[in-house]
Design a binder for this molecule. Structure first.
Ligand code: ADP
Ligand code: MG
Length: 238
């Protein structure tokens, strides 16, 4: 059974259909990348999976259960945003533990989970700092740490590296690949950057205008693009 399944998802904002019937299966521990030009509907699709936006129609299934009406906090997912969305007045430790606090997790257990995530992300020396005393890359790590402590079934990333400079982006790509291995997690990653998609994905979903153009491994897309749009976007020689 697929970990996540989308059946004919449609999203309408007023009169405009921005997601036009998307079907998709994401398997356990897969690293899936949604790629496509700005405005094609990547964030909207991710937000519907996260429960931050409702689908106009269609089914969102996790482990075979329809979760359209399940609230975001109960879906077992964690989302990492491009803007990091850290609380400026809280330390790194409190930022990372905040969702656990809201969930009523006792202090000692919070400390342990935050400590584990901090160790995976090499954030231990920074736990007492406030976000303004961190670099962009460190802030992004804290945002990822906040997701890790929740031990989510699926991680959702919306362009998490686009505010970082090129060198740091390369480093974070490697780090995310390592995390994917280490956490044994299912990850869905949104980007408009073809190189990110080609280097990170097990499976790439190419979107254009709210429609899935093609789904496949980087090699499949490169060698057998289904149309000129995919060929042009992925940079294959068709
Ligand atoms: P992407 O993440 O691929 O850049 P988005 O999912 O953000 O694309 O947007 C897809 C389309 O939906 C765009 O045309 C955008 O303007 C539109 N859109 C997104 N959010 C809203 C909203 N809350 N209300 C109306 N239109 C929206
Ligand atoms: Mg977006």
């Amino acid at each position: 059974m697929a970990t996540l399944q989308l059946n004919n998802i449609i999203k309408q904002f007023d009169d405009t259909q921005v997601i036009k019937g998307v079907d998709l299966e994401v398997n356990d521990r897969e690293f899936v990348v949604f790629v496509g030009p700005s405005g094609c509907g990547k964030s909207t699709l991710l937000r519907m999976i996260a429960g931050l936006e409702s689908a106009s129609s269609g089914d969102i299934m996790i482990d075979g259960r329809r979760i359209n009406d399940v609230g975001p906090a109960e879906r077992g997912l964690a989302m990492v945003f491009q803007s990091y969305a850290l609380y400026p007045h809280m330390t790194v430790e409190d930022n990372m533990g905040f969702s656990l606090k809201l969930a009523g997790v006792p202090k000692e257990e919070r400390r342990r989970k935050v400590g584990e995530a901090a160790s995976v992300l090499q954030l231990e020396p920074l736990l007492g700092r406030k976000p303004k005393a961190l670099s962009g890359g460190q802030r992004q790590r804290v945002a990822i740490g906040r997701a890790i402590v929740r031990n989510p079934k699926i991680f959702l990333f919306d362009e998490p590296l686009s505010n970082l400079d090129a060198a740091l982006r390369v480093q974070m790509r490697i780090e995310l690949a390592r995390l994917h291995e280490e956490l044994d997690a299912t990850m869905i990653y949104v980007t408009h950057d073809q190189i990110e998609a080609m280097t990170m994905a097990d499976k790439i979903v190419v979107l254009q205008g709210g429609v899935v153009e093609q789904v496949g491994s980087p090699m499949e897309l490169y060698h057998h693009p289904c149309n000129r749009f995919v060929a042009g976007f992925i940079g294959s020689p068709k």
